[in-house]
Design a binder for this molecule. Sequence first.
Ligand SMILES: N[C@@H](CCC(=O)N[C@@H](CS)C(=O)NCC(=O)O)C(=O)O
Length: 200
Amino acid sequence: MKLYGSLTSPYVRKARILIQEKKVPCEFVVADAWAADSPIPALNPLGKVPVLALDNGKVLFDSPVIVEYLDALKTPALLPTSGEARWEMLRWQALADGMLDAVVIRLLESRRPAAQQSADNIRRQEEKIARSIEYAAQHLSIGAWLMSDRFTLADLVMAVALEYTDFRYPHDWRGRHARLGQWLAGIGTRPAFVETRPPG
Ligand SMILES: N[C@@H](CCC(=O)N[C@@H](CS)C(=O)NCC(=O)O)C(=O)O
């Protein structure tokens, strides 16, 4: 099995962390979706990473599908297969992925030539990020984990989203949400997080 992706993509990082946390045997192939000679469009018509190439020749995308597939390979499950907790966890993943989308859109907009940038679009994305952080802070449980009494997919995806926010849109959200910051600091010491942090 091979996971294709870049070292900086947070969507890829979700899968890389899950692979390390659960010790799933999987080769990581560094591939840039934007490069002219990228192998990605031949694997995923959307031209995006991550892509998971299975041993049976089939290919899976995108990151929610890949993490669910990888999680199902080995116990203990990070994502419950049924029940109320499953829907709650999928909602955390939707929130985290939506935050990533907003940070990426903001970044791409801010990289356009100054005269073509839309300040309105940047502000809209920043509002989405601020509301999502507020939501996460409000729904953070009292213990060390977002849900349940152990590390789950909810912790994985939200920590990736917040660390990516720090990476691409650094700003002081911890001033208003100290407890969320403490929770993130704890998760961030896990070896799978340390080893998959983007270079630089
Ligand atoms: N919803 C997708 C998003 C994946 C995505 O946007 N990946 C970016 C890298 S961070 C990419 O490959 N972009 C290339 C492009 O949009 O052409 C997922 O969760 O896998």
